[in-house]
Write a protein of this length. Sequence first.
Length: 335
Amino acid sequence: MTSMALWAIFAVALSFEHVSSNTINEDSELTKLKNVITKLSDQMSHFEGRIGDVSTSMQAQNADLKDSIAHLSTKIEEKIDHTLDILIACDPDRCLNNGKCLPVRNDHGKIGYECICPATFWGENCQLDRCEAAPCLNNGKCELERNDLGQVVYQCKCTVGFSGDVCQHDICEPNPCLNNGKCLPGRNNLGQDVYQCKCSAGFVGDVCYDISRSLTNDCPGQGLYVFNQENKDETKEIVISLYVVNNMTCWWYISNTLDTGNLELSFSDFESEGQSLDYLKVLKGSSTSSPQLHFLSGNLGPKKITWTDSFVSIYWHTDRTTTKFSMTGYLRYRP
């Protein structure tokens, strides 16, 4: 029993002595006094239970507080360790160009640093500019972009006439134009690099062929014919006259400046001495050694051939014997 309870009973006892001294002999008065003592004792027991509950709660709260203090202490220690790592590894800060310095430990626990670089720089200390490290040639422009892996890489945007990873390839080198023709780089509607030859006097075609030395008097209308936007609906006649001359050679040079469509050569009745003795060739170039696109010889009847090349030669040749054939081919542009 607590001291407070003892003091309460002692007070009741004093009250009882006082009552006795006044000759209280009534049983009812004694009964009332017992009831008071019993009630007071019950209240004291209840009070003691409440105090026990409060004590238990305070103990639990005290344990939680200790855990919180321990956790906070651990966090503070970790923060202090990290700050010390930064002071050791990143003071002075070696990362350039706004790179971020982070402390790192190797497998042996030794402290070091790592630079997290902005997108446009790289290197151990972010000291390298990605575009300066991989310069674009021939006035190409360096641009940065992310690849499929999310990595920042450079790409060269090349000027007209150049291509390659760093614009190292020149479409006009070596010069594709013959006979001192000047190569002019360009770009078509598809964004593809193309070239155009500016030919010297006496030379024609996409790469400046020499046609003057090949012309003869054996066939009428020999020479150069150019299909363009203005005359694309015209029909050019390829006339092979009645030949009575041995070893005839005739040349027609056809240039097509239109970007689309093809050229068509048709004969209503192609007839020549067979066995490749007399023949007609369509050549991709201006000489007999140029790549061959078509070959016609013999009695072929109605015949039609087409091509899409921008420059061709139509070459007619006979052997030593004289055979009297003549025919006309019709050359048209087909969109």
